[in-house]
Design a protein around this ligand. Structure first.
Ligand code: NAP
Ligand code: HSE
Length: 440
C-alpha cells in the first residue's frame, strides 16, 4: 500500500507517559501506517532536563528543552502535551492550536482549568484537541460518552477515576499496609501525579469528573463548585468497620443530574460500596465507571486507570484519530462539541437537595453519657441513626464510635459534624464517609 502522506508527531514531555507513547508507537508503527495509509514520524520530544537518564532512548538531536519550539514548528502536525501542569502546558497547547495543529493531551488538570479556552482556540484556528487519556487511563471512556452513547442523557455517572487512590485503598484493605509505604509504591510505579496531593486529596478525580461532566452535560464545572474529599483520613479500622457492615471503601466521583429539577451535582467522596456492587471489587490501579443513559440503561467500563502502558494506549488512539483526520478528513471530531439545547443548561444542586446515607466515625472519651450526647446532636439536625458499632480506640480511655445513618442530606450531615466536633467528649475531627446506594 502506498502511504499518501507523512505525518510528523512531536511529544512535549518525555516522562512516564511520553516515553510509553514513543515506545508503543514505534512498535505499532507498521500496522498503524498500513491501517491509516500515512507514514508516521516521531519527530521530536521536549523535556526539562536534557541530561536525565531515560529508559526509552532516542537520538539526542530529537530532544529539546523547549516545548514551545515543538508547538510552533511548522513541520509538526500533531503535538502531544504530556508534561502536566497548567502553566507551560496551557501555553504549548494554545500555541499549537493557534497554529492549526492537532493537540493530543492527557492533562485533565489543564482541561478542567482551561477547557473552554482550549476548545474555543481550536475552533477559531481550525485546530483540534483530543483528550482520551485524560480520564480513566486506558479505558476508552471519552469515546464511549462522545460517540457510543450519543443518543443518551445521563442521570447518573459514578466511578473510580484515580488509579493511585484505588491502589492505595486496595493495599490498605488487603495487606493492612501503611499509607505512606503504599503511596511511595504508587509513585514508583508511575501512577501518581508529580504532586501526589492531587491524587490523595481528590483533586485529580475532580479534574476528571469535570471533563466527564462537560462531555455528558455540556457544562464546565470547576473544582470549587464540587464537593471534593480525599482518602488521607481513612484508616485500616474503617475497612474493618465497612466489612462488618457489608461494604468496601472506594474513592468515587459521582455525577448526578435530576432532569425534572434541571439540577446537577458533582461530588468526589470516599464511599462505602455494598460488597455486591461490581465497583467494590475493582482493585489496584484499575478504574471502573458506571454510566447510566436514559436510552441504553446502565453500562460499565473497567480497565487500568493509570501507568505508562495503559495511558500510552489511550494517547495512541487519539494520535490514530488525528492521523485519520489529517489524511482522510474523518475522525471523532465529527461528533462536535457538547452543546446543551437552549435553556437546558443545568444548575448546580444546593446541598439540601443532595441526599444519601452516611458513615460517621468518632474517636470519643470512653465515659457514660457520651453516646447519648452524640445521639442528641444528630437528633437536633434530624439525622436518624441506623446502626452503632463501638470499638476500643488505640488511646487509653478512648473508644471508636461508628454510626451509620438513615437517609439525610448534605446540609444536615455537615451541620451535624460541625457540632459533633465541638463536643468535649469527641477527641478528633469526625471521619465522614458516604454510603453508596446506586442500585447496581
Ligand atoms: P512525568 O513522568 O512527570 O513526565 C513529565 C515530563 O514532562 C517529563 O519528561 C518532564 O521533563 C517534562 N516537563 C515537565 N515540565 C517541563 C518543562 N517546563 N519543560 C520541558 N519539559 C517539561 O509525568 P507523567 O506521569 O508522564 O504525566 C504527564 C501527563 O499525563 C500529566 O498531565 C498527567 O496528569 C497525565 N497522565 C498521567 C498518567 C500516569 O499514569 N502517569 C495517566 C494519565 C494521564 P524531565 O523528564 O526532564 O523532568
Ligand atoms: N495520577 C493519576 C491516577 C494518573 O492515579 O489515576 C492517571 O490519570
Amino acid at each position: 500500500m502506498s502511504l499518501t502522506r507523512t505525518i510528523q508527531i512531536g511529544i512535549c514531555g518525555f516522562g512516564t507517559v511520553g516515553q510509553g507513547v514513543w515506545k508503543h508507537l514505534e512498535r505499532a508503527r507498521p500496522e498503524l501506517e498500513a491501517r491509516l495509509g500515512a507514514k508516521l514520524v516521531l519527530a521530536r520530544a521536549a523535556v526539562r532536563d536534557l541530561r536525565k537518564k531515560r529508559d526509552v532512548k532516542i537520538p539526542a538531536a530529537k530532544l529539546t528543552a523547549d516545548p514551545l519550539a515543538i508547538a510552533t514548528d511548522p513541520k509538526i502536525d500533531i503535538v502531544c502535551e504530556l508534561m502536566g501542569g497548567t502553566g507551560l502546558a496551557r501555553q504549548v497547547t494554545l500555541a499549537a492550536l493557534s497554529a492549526g495543529k492537532i493537540v493530543v493531551s492527557a492533562n485533565k488538570a489543564l482541561i478542567c482549568a482551561h477547557g473552554a479556552e482550549i476548545f474555543a482556540t481550536a475552533r477559531k484556528h481550525g485546530g483540534h484537541f483530543f483528550f482520551e487519556a485524560s480520564v480513566a487511563g486506558g479505558i476508552p471512556l471519552i469515546k464511549a460518552l462522545r460517540e457510543g452513547l450519543v443518543a443518551n442523557r445521563f442521570p447518573l455517572i459514578y466511578g473510580i477515576l484515580n488509579g493511585t487512590c484505588n491502589y492505595i485503598l486496595t493495599q490498605m484493605e488487603e495487606r493492612n499496609a501503611p499509607y505512606a509505604e503504599v503511596l511511595a509504591a504508587a509513585k514508583s510505579l508511575g501512577y501518581a501525579e508529580a504532586d501526589e496531593s492531587l491524587d490523595v486529596d481528590g483533586w485529580d478525580t475532580a479534574h476528571k469528573a469535570s471533563v466527564l461532566t462537560w462531555l455528558a452535560h455540556g457544562l464546565w464545572v470547576k473544582t470549587d463548585r464540587m464537593l471534593v474529599e480525599g482518602i488521607s483520613r481513612i484508616t485500616p479500622a474503617d475497612f474493618k468497620n465497612a466489612a462488618t457492615l457489608g461494604y468496601g471503601i472506594k474513592l468515587l466521583a459521582v455525577i448526578t443530574r435530576d432532569f425534572a429539577a434541571n439540577e446537577l451535582s458533582v461530588r468526589i467522596q470516599p464511599t462505602l460500596l455494598p460488597e455486591g456492587n461490581v465497583l467494590a471489587n475493582v482493585n489496584g490501579v484499575f478504574n471502573a465507571i458506571s454510566v447510566t443513559g436514559d436510552v441504553v440503561g446502565t453500562t460499565l467500563y473497567i480497565g487500568r486507570g493509570a501507568g505508562q502502558d495503559a495511558t500510552a494506549s489511550a494517547v495512541i488512539s487519539d494520535i490514530a484519530d488525528a492521523v485519520a483526520l489529517l489524511s482522510h478528513g474523518k475522525g471523532a471530531h465529527h461528533m462536535g462539541d457538547v452543546v446543551p439545547a437552549a435553556g437546558t443548561s443545568p444548575r448546580l444542586a444546593p446541598p439540601e437537595r443532595i441526599r444519601g446515607r452516611y458513615y460517621v466515625r468518632l474517636s470519643v472519651k470512653d465515659q457514660p453519657g457520651v453516646l447519648a450526647r452524640v445521639a442528641s446532636v444528630m437528633a437536633r439536625h434530624h439525622v436518624s441513626i441506623a446502626s452503632v458499632i463501638q470499638n476500643p480506640a488505640e488511646q487509653d480511655g478512648a473508644a471508636s464510635l461508628v454510626l451509620t445513618t438513615h437517609e439525610s442530606d448534605e446540609r444536615a450531615i455537615r451541620a451535624t459534624l460541625k457540632n459533633l466536633a465541638r463536643l468535649p467528649s469527641v477527641l478528633e475531627p469526625p471521619v465522614l464517609l458516604r454510603i453508596g446506594d446506586f442500585g447496581n
